[in-house]
Write a new protein. Structure first.
Length: 215
């Protein structure tokens, strides 16, 4: 007779993407009220599970919508072969009964990256930190010297970052890179440095973290 095992099986875990069904009357009411929040049935990325309530991030294939924010995450979705956007600026909570169909799951590494970016968006006042740091550096820096330093940094990054070596070695490098590349379109940055779009978000996260460490 086979041995019977007891496993801790969970239906919902962080990193999964589920389709959530929204009652049509709710959707109609939100749209009639000109709600700025995403509405309608759509996929959601699971950030945290707390009993019957799930913290999650809505997703859309509209990557250039008017609700687009710099904290949102755009990536290529190989499951349906389209560009998708994790609307981090609209992280929300839903009941487990609203999760009607499992779609796919991100790797552990990508899940942690996304969740760290969500945490940064919610809890860190990074924009203010960067702005203050930029203003401080602008008063003391030489534009020509900064230009040469940025070129040297770009050449190093384009050559490839070895494992274990920090992407930005100093606060100044992080500030220079963010000042020039921070607002550029993600796919443009990825193409220039020959990295994935997910890596672009990680680099931005690392740059902001480096700056925050010195404030």
């Amino acid at each position: 007779m086979c041995k019977k095992y007891e496993f801790n099986i969970r239906k919902f875990v962080k990193g999964q993407v589920w389709f959530c069904t929204e009652d049509q009357t709710v959707t109609d009411a939100l749209r009639s009220a000109n709600s700025k929040a995403l509405n309608g049935s759509r996929p959601y990325f699971i950030v945290h599970v707390n009993g019957n309530m799930i913290t999650c991030v809505p997703m859309t294939t509209n990557i250039n919508g008017s609700d687009n924010r710099h904290t949102d995450i755009v990536f290529h979705n190989p499951v349906i072969d389209v560009e998708s956007r994790l609307v981090v600026s609209q992280v929300t909570t839903k009941g487990v009964n609203e999760f009607t169909k499992y779609l796919y799951q991100f790797s552990n590494e990508d899940t942690e990256l996304i969740i760290n970016l969500v945490k940064s968006s919610i809890f860190d006042n990074e924009d203010t930190i960067i702005k203050k740091d930029t203003e401080k550096n602008d008063k003391k820096s030489d534009p020509e010297e900064d230009k040469r330093a940025l070129i040297d940094l770009e050449n190093r990054l384009r050559a490839g970052v070895r494992k274990g070596v920090p992407i930005f070695k100093t606060e100044k490098e992080a500030s220079l890179w963010l000042n020039f590349w921070g607002d550029k379109k993600t796919y443009e940055v990825a193409k220039y440095f020959n990295i994935s779009q997910s890596s672009v978000y990680y680099w931005r996260h690392c740059a902001k973290k480096k700056i925050k460490e010195n404030t």
